[in-house]
Design a protein around this ligand. Structure first.
Ligand code: SF4
Length: 440
């Protein structure tokens, strides 16, 4: 079994062979939003960064403000498959969102408790890495920076992740010492971060960008797998190519070792974080799934980022079934023949659905994402898409469109948005940014 979580306020430094290496603390900030749900959520980018630093001689630690962190911390009970709710505190809406008739909240650990735990870290870190996910969650970053600056005015802060990669100019307003865009393992970013702590950059460790240090999570109900980075497609509503140009896959043996280790600690639910899990499946997913089956690991696999239906041959569907795929999420988006992407045709959709059902999947465990709130999208088209999904006996999951800077559709979204998109708060899909009148 996995060792117990520490008692509050302990934040544990991971032991490292080099006892003189710098201390690097990773922080996953709070979420400030109208709604948040933990769908096997982990700061995967930050965990890959901590892994790279740890294997380069640094002593690392993590404060994930979206995780229970301590055994004596109140936290909503996870659901059967590991997903679940976060604790939350109601907050006034920011000025930009004052006309949205919904309750705005901070999700995650209580602020005061987190602040007192941070103040107990002794000696202090030499560097703090702050990650970020949604662009419109920047108030959470702002808040955590304020807390860190008050505790340690002289410890350098580095901000990375999705928000500064997609909104670099806006992120420059944050009170940090370094803002990095894109993956840490690029030469410039790697050098810049080491320079910030006065060290020359060591060689990047093997498997950089794929291995995640999940050892900070004790008694975790689920774990995550990053089998690939990037996506070979370029859908006009997505900025995946900005976040990770190109497409790379991890070594399936390395991934299996990660699964085996977590399984040994009692974890049974695994969520893939890939954007294109089944692209080039013969190089990564197929060998990994075959090994999971061969070694008899009885896991439940989840694909919250959706599978590409075009790759669902009957053979692959059978393998997915035998390997333990449980929550099947599909990228359907729309039944319109004139789509905003090239990832799916009606023929591919029907073939993929038939294959999934023939392989034995229960329609109750299959859901297809349907995009809603696109600039200029009519409700008639949306209804057609929902009808098509329901016709297969599976669940349509409405995905509210969020205008993403760097995506091809962003400029068109500006024309349809009811708030100015210059402030990332207006990218929040909960307010239906491109639906006339917004959420009401
Ligand atoms: S929406 Fe999905 S398929 Fe399209 S580019 Fe983004 S990650 Fe790739």
């Amino acid at each position: 079994m996995s060792p117990l979580k520490p008692r509050w306020p302990n934040i544990i430094w991971k032991p490292c062979a080099d006892r003189s290496g710098p201390r690097i603390l990773g922080i996953n900030p709070w979420v400030y939003d109208f709604a948040a749900y933990n769908l096997w959520s982990r700061p995967s980018g930050l965990l890959t960064c901590l892994d790279m630093f740890s294997r380069s001689g640094a002593r690392t630690s993590l404060l994930d403000l979206m995780d229970q962190s301590w055994q004596d911390q109140d936290w909503p009970r996870p659901k059967k498959l590991g997903s679940g709710h976060y604790p939350k505190v109601s907050l006034p809406r920011p000025k930009v969102l004052e006309n949205v008739p919904r309750q705005y909240s901070r999700y995650g650990l209580p602020r005061e408790r987190a602040a007192r735990a941070v103040a107990c870290i002794d000696p202090p870190p030499d560097l703090i890495l702050i990650t970020s996910i949604m662009t419109y969650w920047y108030p959470g970053i702002f808040s955590v920076i304020e807390l860190l600056r008050r505790t340690w005015p002289n410890v350098p802060l580095c901000l990375g992740g999705i928000y500064p990669t997609l909104c670099p100019e806006h992120a420059q307003n944050m009170d940090v010492d370094l803002v990095i865009s894109g993956p840490l393992e690029t030469e410039d970013n790697w050098k810049a971060v080491w320079k910030l702590i006065g060290c020359s950059p060591p060689e990047l460790p093997e498997g950089a960008g794929f291995r995640m240090d999940t050892s900070f999570y004790k008694e975790q109900p689920f774990s995550i797998i990053q089998g690939s980075r990037g996506c070979p497609f370029k859908c006009s509503y997505c900025a995946g190519h900005k976040l990770y140009p190109g497409f790379r896959q991890a070594d399936p043996d390395m991934l299996f070792e990660h699964v085996r280790k977590e399984y040994g600690k009692g974890v049974r639910d695994f969520a893939f974080y890939d954007d294109a899990l089944l692209s080039g499946a013969e190089n990564m997913f197929i060998p990994l799934a075959e090994k999971i089956i061969r070694k008899g690991l009885r896991v439940r696999l989840h694909t919250p980022n959706a599978l590409h239906v075009r790759y669902l041959t009957i053979e692959l569907c059978r393998l997915l079934y035998r390997a333990g795929l449980h929550s099947v999420r599909l990228g359907f988006e729309t039944s319109e023949p004139a789509r905003l992407d090239e990832k799916l045709t009606p023929f591919m959709w029907r073939a993929g659905m038939r294959n999934l059902l023939q392989a034995g999947f229960n329609p109750k465990n299959i859901a297809a994402y349907v995009l809603f709130g696109l600039p200029g999208q009519s409700s008639r088209k949306l209804k057609q898409s929902i009808k098509e999904v329901l016709g297969w006996g599976i669940t349509p999951m409405l995905t509210q469109y969020s205008p993403i800077p760097g995506s091809a559709l962003f400029e068109k979204a500006r024309e349809h948005a009811w708030l100015k998109l210059d402030d990332p708060l207006a990218h929040n899909n909960s307010i239906w940014p491109c639906v006339p009148g917004g959420f009401s």
